[in-house]
Unconditional design. Structure first.
Length: 348
């Protein structure tokens, strides 16, 4: 444990020194200065390869360069070279215009050193690549505080850090050797204690085996007792259930007897009421029969009177019919006589 702590502390110190060394160039002017750019593009079809060299400053990790002229045919020829550096990656773009022609060279690449970038890309018309191109950027002069300017200082700091780390590593190695010797001695003592513990463990294991066997026998007896108890409890439960069922049946019988007594009493009451209603009905029937007899007698008398009146009416009708016949005969005779009389009169 002690050796691990020492190694961890030394590793922490070494990591802190390396982080400090890496943090030194993290400034806004890490690649500022004057740079020479060499642009080379491969041949394509009937167009030959070409190489262009020019110098441009990098300020705050960005650069730009514009140029404009006219060709022998009087066409305007302009170009704009621009780019930037982020981390250790440079990107550059060259936009070229000649008359109505437009093309772009796009490149990107990493830092090879503090003073050089190698970029690859191509010449594009729109999104179609016509040529493959390379760009080499090399520092000519570097601004104070840039990576190239601080390289000796950082190298010296790195060397010092490395020296300190080497010294610390040697000390850690010596401490580790001493700790290994101590660990070996402690290991021997622990081995002795382990052997003793194993012997005691074997004795305790034998005793535990015997106790386990006795416990198994006791568990068998306990299980048998529990089984007998379970059977007894089951019998008691059945008896209690039978007793409860008998009590329920007795209660149901008592309820049926009570209901029967109530039904008998209600039947007696209903019988008395029915007898009273029967007597009243018989009396009403007697009265109805007497009224019916009187009604029949009155009806018979009325019928006799009606028959007498009908007979008289029929006789009167017969007499009236005879009178009507006589009148009709007299009328016919009178009509005949009148006709004869009119016929007997002389004409006028």
């Amino acid at each position: 444990m002690f050796s691990k702590d020492i190694m961890a502390r030394h590793a922490t110190k070494l990591s802190a020194g390396l982080l400090l060394l890496l943090a030194l160039p993290a400034q806004a002017v890490e690649y500022d200065g004057n740079w020479q750019f060499t642009l080379s593009c491969a041949a394509q079809g009937g167009q030959a390869a070409f190489t262009d060299r020019f110098t441009a400053p990098i300020a705050q990790n960005a650069f730009t360069r514009s140029r404009s002229s006219r060709t022998g045919a009087g066409l305007e020829d302009s170009s704009r070279f621009s780019g930037s550096v982020e981390g250790n990656q440079m990107t550059a773009t060259l936009a070229r215009a000649r008359g109505t022609e437009r093309w772009t060279i796009r490149l990107a690449g990493p830092a090879i050193s503090d003073a050089r970038f190698d970029l690859t890309g191509g010449l594009f018309v729109g999104e179609r690549q016509l040529r493959s191109c390379l760009l080499v950027a090399e520092a000519v002069t570097s601004a104070p505080g840039s990576l190239a300017a601080t390289a000796p200082t950082r190298a010296a700091a790195a060397q010092q850090q490395l020296t300190e780390a080497t010294t610390q590593l040697a000390a850690a190695t010596a401490a580790l050797a001493a700790l290994q010797a101590t660990s070996e001695a402690r290991g021997d003592a622990l081995q002795t204690e382990l052997d003793l513990a194993r012997f005691e463990g074997a004795a305790m294991r034998n005793e535990l085996t015997q106790r386990t066997a006795a416990l198994t026998v006791l568990q068998g007896r306990l299980q048998a007792a529990e089984a007998a108890t379970t059977q007894a409890q089951a019998g008691m439960t059945q008896a209690q259930a039978a007793l409860a069922q008998a009590a329920a049946e007795a209660a149901q019988r008592d309820q049926r007897l009570s209901a029967a007594a109530a039904t008998i009493a209600q039947g007696a009451t209903q019988r008395a009421a029915l007898e009273t209603r029967a007597a009243a009905a018989e009396q009403a029937a007697s009265q109805a029969q007497a009224a019916l007899a009187r009604a029949e007698s009155a009806a018979t008398a009325q019928r006799s009177a009606l028959e007498t009146r009908v007979t008289a009416a029929e006789q009167a009708n017969t007499q009236a019919q005879a009178s009507i016949a006589q009148l009709r005969g007299a009328l016919a005779t009178a009509h005949l006589e009148l006709t004869e009389a009119r016929a007997a009169q002389p004409p006028r």
